[in-house]
Design a protein around this ligand. Structure first.
Ligand SMILES: Cc1ncc(COP(=O)(O)O)c(C=O)c1O
Length: 380
């Protein structure tokens, strides 16, 4: 009989909630994907490359024309240069890139610091590498870094720190001061970093995204992960990329080439074409999603939920402590089947039970869907 290497892992909550929402015909604001389509020029380019016969393996690190566009994007948006040959690897989704980065640097017995709440793939990746996840909760209503606990969590065995900004599920964004603090911390303790920046372009109210690649000591030690799924509304194309210094990239690719070997060819060619023609497209996303956040939040004005509008991502947390004392997982299931709206319980992003009663709602949806969902939520 097989003995599970991940005994605590079941089907992810995202799959469960989406299935439940479909079964009950509920409005699905649970899983993080847009219900609108990608730009037409991108979809056309994808179709064209498939029909033109670009359907065989790409080079292992990714199509060079795409990597050149990605290096140009990094320069354009973050003012940072990188070598597309030795520092960029195109991967089949940020999740795969994160897994390969963890596998590349974590050995049995190593400790990896995760900041709770965190994306659900981090912990299993660490466990499969034989590492031990050390969870440090983010603090207070603002999900701020708890510098004291973070410092105390670092031991002689700590190998890696995993960070995520803009942050899923809280919608928080690390400030420049946070990044400077983290830079000093990882330099002092000689830690590697995985910086999950898949929502890099979704920051609101004039805020800036601070990439780990913009801070020299972080740049030297970080695997930074990005996702076309989020930037181009094509989560089903499952393609992203990792930027890391040459020595880290070499090790990442050693794993990547035996996990998936390559990312999908026509997707890479299509994104390369699209970025060459529309290099400013990512800059339009902040205003686009901010308007959706504002619409959703305004429509919830008369509800009994309390909330602070998200600073980034396409997620909004709502606090239901005035409405119910029920645990969040049970409540999400109940509201999906009985009220017709599906969300994600925040406890699934934590090792320990969360300090507050919060649900995560995805607002990457058409306006009419957001309005209908808010109507339902206002009746609760
Ligand atoms: C924080 C975070 N990281 C990574 C991913 C995964 O991105 P991809 O679909 O490119 O694997 C997601 C997707 O929901 C996410 O929210």
């Amino acid at each position: 009989m097989i003995q599970s290497k991940l005994p605590r892992v079941g089907t992810t909550i995202f799959t469960r909630m989406s299935t439940l929402a479909a079964a009950h015909g509920a409005i699905n604001l649970s899983q993080g994907f847009p219900d609108f389509d990608a730009p037409e020029a991108l979809r056309e380019a994808m179709a064209r490359h498939v029909m033109d016969g670009h359907n065989q393996y790409a080079p292992m690190p990714g199509v060079m024309r795409l990597r050149e566009q990605l290096a140009a994007q990094l320069q354009r948006y973050r003012g940072v240069s990188c070598d597309p040959d030795t520092e960029i690897t195109v991967v089949p989704g940020a999740t795969e890139g994160i897994f390969c980065a963890v596998m590349a640097c974590v050995r049995p017995g190593d400790e990896v610091i995760l900041l709770d709440p965190c994306y659900d793939s981090y912990q299993p990746s660490v466990e499969l590498a034989g590492g031990r996840a050390v969870h440090v909760p983010l603090q207070g209503p603002g999900f701020a870094l708890d510098r004291e606990r973070l410092q105390a969590a670092v031991s002689g065995r700590t190998r890696l720190l995993m960070i995520n900004s803009p942050h899923n599920p809280s919608g928080g964004v690390l400030s420049r001061e946070d990044m400077l603090y983290l830079e000093a911390l990882v330099e002092r303790h000689n830690l590697l970093v995985i910086s999950d920046e898949v929502y890099e372009h979704l920051v609101f109210d004039g805020r800036a995204h601070h990439s780990a690649l913009q801070f020299p000591a972080l740049r030297q030690r970080s695997f930074a992960l990005f996702s076309f799924g989020k930037t181009f509304s094509v989560t089903g194309w499952k393609t992203g990329y990792c930027i890391a210094p040459p020595a880290l990239t070499t090790e990442l690719r050693k794993v990547h080439q035996f996990v998936s070997f390559v990312a999908v060819t026509p997707v890479q060619l299509a994104v390369a074409d699209f970025l060459a023609e529309h290099p400013d497209y990512p800059a339009t996303l902040a205003a686009f999603y901010q308007r959706k956040r504002d619409l959703f939040c305004a429509a919830l004005g008369q509800s009994r939920f309390s909330f602070t509008p998200s600073a980034g991502t396409y997620f909004q947390l709502l606090d239901y402590s005035e409405i119910s004392r029920e645990v969040d997982t049970a409540l999400c299931e109940q509201w999906t089947s009985e009220r017709g709206v599906a969300a994600i319980p925040i406890s699934v992003f934590y090792e320990q039970p969360p300090p507050r009663q919060l649900l995560r709602f995805c607002f990457a949806k058409n306006d009419a869907v957001l309005e209908s969902a808010a109507e339902v939520l206002c009746r609760i």
